[in-house]
Unconditional design. Structure first.
Ligand code: FEO
Ligand code: CA
Ligand code: CA
Length: 737
């Protein structure tokens, strides 16, 4: 979405503006319950005879680049020809591959609603695919459809996020109704209801059908989780005073999940959806009546009073329901106590939410032990018997942090089908850490807990208890001097060696006028290659990676390097540090996924606004090496660096081995104005599911097809829509290798 495109600067959405004003140096200045869950499984299975969504999309690259034949340390070779950059309104995959649309915005997920007309008159997103497809995971299921079978590629449950409702308003006949400027004016509640329901998660059963997959609309497992679904609050913040609202005076529940961006999954068969730019959904009022601590917290998380929220859900101007269905987006003080209004409702968002796809009646749980911030996703280390379960997480906003959670409970493989009850065991108690990257290539994980004296003694915000620490994890991370990063997006753990990768998509404020000084982990400041003078900072992003001390994911020390720098191939050598070429140059890395079927294969997806004059967003396949395989590099920032006394600055860092077309190659280019985000694979590695989000997002009318910048995937004069595509190889082989 546009709010994720840090560049060009003139189109920055408030959601991505950093709120980290802390002064910490960005760099040294430098189960018994398993049974009950599975007992609920039922198998309804009646496959559609034909796909409703079967718009096949095959395209061939015209690149002349050869297929690689050189083996790498992983033993893998990339076996496809690179796809050329493109600005066409088409999805392009390599020769010999086929992409098929599986599920697009509004498509029915069951048989209760008619086919999506896509003219703004459709209703009932509770029974349709939501909008803006994002993070995603495939859970294999047994042939009978009665239990998980994580190895089954023929039948499974696909869980996918719906980050937002498209901003221009394609889901409404004429866009959102103009509600004027007065704060008391109404938005039609039918429009609000539709937008709320288009957020969240879809769970759909997918079945292999011939050479591709289709959605089984008759499956009992299909369901929507939306911005209105009741959620349990679990972990240290549950029942805390800061979580009390009129809806849940005990502070144990809230309604809805929104801005579900990246994702995760657990070793016990559940899906994790992650709440990213949630702060913009709420309207903050009546600051004078709040405590100083409350205002410090709201400021640090960017909950604003400058508008009535991204969608203006909080000011319907109509009589609300008794349950406060609309008032709940108003974070102002309107009642006598917190139990009478929604002043605390922002505290009930910003979490990792666990969903059991196999238990259709289960209530999602917000896992507060993993901290509250702008969660991109949560990526597990491989579960090892007798060791803690570990999740890596990024906070996607400018100058925010990288975190990890280490469970208190030690992994027991008997919990592999444990559902939410295993979640209670492994995710409700543990240690939350934030990362500090040192200039010498070492790093440390700093504990966020009252047991850390630096947190307990923090002067800017006096933490009351452990609940306060997880609710205000950003402030606790400020206290310990965490390293401010260039917008952490997705992470991934290399199954071959346990090394952890995380994309840092870009940062217009790195070294900029709202300056974060350059540091070894965020070392670049330069001008957009097109010379757009407002586009400076870390324009194209990079991917950092680290190795935990002793290969122990619970360790508190690590070593790191920068795996890859994004760049245009034609950029100066001081920018194109990874030696990217026409076959593999990219900008603004975002999605990341290490294949499990082909260990050592890494997928990189982009969400870019800097290189889009020459190419739409893309996905690349990579076969990376390991931390330290490239040595030291001096990054010559030839531009003046405002945060560093306005002089050019050289930063010494460590960089991975430079890329070649043998180790990095473009696999896919999306349609116009989309981002590529979200990837899942079948366990046999012969199919990947990829999400195409917001094609045509720079359209300027919802009714005049001539002003749509994309008509993908339906073609003709159709309104563009987001979609999941399935990509298979025509010879039936594994994808990419
Ligand atoms: Fe929703 Fe960080 O991308
Ligand atoms: Ca992004
Ligand atoms: Ca993202």
């Amino acid at each position: 979405m546009s709010e994720h495109k840090d560049f060009p600067v003139q189109s920055i959405d408030p959601d991505d503006i950093g709120h980290n004003s802390s002064n910490n140096p960005s760099f040294e200045q430098i189960l018994e319950a398993r049974m009950s869950r599975r007992g609920l499984l039922k198998g309804g299975f009646a496959l559609m005879a034909t796909s409703m969504f079967g718009m096949g999309l095959t395209a061939c690259s015209d690149s002349n680049s050869p297929a690689a034949t050189t083996a790498t340390t992983s033993g893998l070779t990339l076996s496809f020809n690179a796809v050329a950059k493109s600005v066409a309104d088409a999805l392009t995959v390599p020769a010999g591959y086929t992409a098929t649309v599986l599920l697009a915005t509004g498509d029915p997920i069951n048989t209760s609603v008619p086919r999506y007309r896509n003219d703004g008159t459709d209703t009932d997103f509770d029974n349709r695919s939501g909008d803006h497809h994002d993070g995603m995971h495939y859970f294999g299921m047994n042939v009978a459809g009665t239990a998980p079978d994580y190895s089954n590629s023929n039948r499974g449950l696909l869980c996918l996020n719906h980050e937002v409702a498209e901003d221009l308003g394609f889901m409404h006949a004429n866009g959102p109704t103009d509600y004027g400027t007065a704060n008391t004016n109404a938005r039609p509640t039918a429009e609000i209801d539709k937008e709320v329901a288009a957020h969240g998660v879809s769970v759909v059963e997918v079945v292999k059908s011939g050479s591709t997959y289709q959605v089984n609309r008759y499956s009992n497992y299909n369901r929507r989780i939306t911005g209105a679904t009741v959620m349990d609050i679990s972990g240290p913040a549950a029942y805390d005073d800061l979580m009390v609202t009129a809806y849940s005076t005990s502070g144990s529940q809230t309604r809805g999940t929104v801005n579900n961006c990246g994702n995760g999954y657990t070793p016990w068969g559940t899906y994790l959806t992650c709440e990213e730019n949630w702060a913009g959904y709420f309207y903050r009022r009546n600051d004078a009546a709040r405590t100083a601590k409350e205002n410090t917290s709201l400021n640090r998380y960017g909950v604003s009073g400058s508008s009535s929220g991204r969608y203006n859900w909080s000011r319907p101007g109509v009589a609300d329901t008794a349950e406060g269905v609309y008032a709940r987006w108003n974070a102002g003080i309107t009642g006598a106590t917190a139990a009478n209004d929604y002043r605390n409702v922002p505290n009930t968002f910003g979490w990792i939410v666990e969903i059991d796809p196999f238990d259709i009646g289960s209530t999602p749980r917000k896992r507060t032990a993993l901290g509250r911030f702008g969660h991109e996703g949560a990526w597990p280390a491989k579960a090892v018997a007798g060791k803690p379960v570990v999740f890596y997480m990024g906070d996607d906003s400018r100058n925010e942090y990288i975190y990890k959670f280490v469970s208190d409970a030690l992994w027991d493989a008997a919990d592999a089908n444990g559902g939410l009850f295993a979640g209670d065991k492994y995710m409700d108690a543990g240690k939350l850490y934030v990362a500090k990257f040192n200039a010498d290539g070492t790093g440390t994980w700093e504990l966020l807990s009252m047991s850390n004296p630096t947190v307990a003694a923090y002067a800017t915000y006096t933490f009351a208890d452990e609940a306060d620490v997880v609710i205000n994890a950003r402030l606790a991370a400020d206290a310990v001097g965490a390293t401010k990063m260039d917008r952490p997006e997705w992470g991934a753990v290399n199954p071959l060696n346990g090394e952890v990768y995380m994309t840092l998509t870009n940062n217009s404020q790195r070294g900029g006028s709202v300056a974060r000084p350059l540091d070894a982990a965020n070392p670049r400041y330069y001008a957009d290659a097109k010379g757009v003078t407002t586009n400076r900072g870390n324009v194209n992003g990079h991917i950092i990676r680290w190795k935990e001390a002793g290969n122990d994911h619970a360790a508190t020390a690590f070593t790191w390097d920068i795996y890859l720098f994004g760049s245009e191939a034609a950029a100066a050598a001081s920018v194109n540090l990874s030696s990217l070429t026409a076959d593999n140059d990219f900008s603004s890395p975002d999605g990341l996924w290490f294949s499990h079927a082909a260990p050592g294969l890494l997928w990189v997806q982009t969400d870019d606004g800097a290189y889009t004059d020459q190419t739409n967003c893309m996905m690349l396949a990579a076969i990376p090496g390991s931390v330290g395989d490239g040595g030291s590099v001096s990054v010559a920032n030839t531009e003046n660096v405002p945060s560093n006394n306005n002089a050019p600055q050289t930063v010494v860092t460590r960089m991975g081995k430079t890329a070649t077309t043998t180790t990095l190659r473009r696999f896919l280019v999306g349609p116009k104005d989309c981002e590529i985000t979200g990837i899942a694979e079948s366990p046999d590695g012969k199919a990947i599911f990829v999400n195409i989000q917001h094609p045509g997002e720079n359209s300027t009318s919802v009714t005049d097809p001539n002003q749509f910048t994309s008509h993908w995937p339906d073609g003709g004069n159709a309104r563009p829509r987001s979609a999941t595509v399935v990509i298979t190889r025509n010879d039936g082989g594994k994808i990419a290798v």
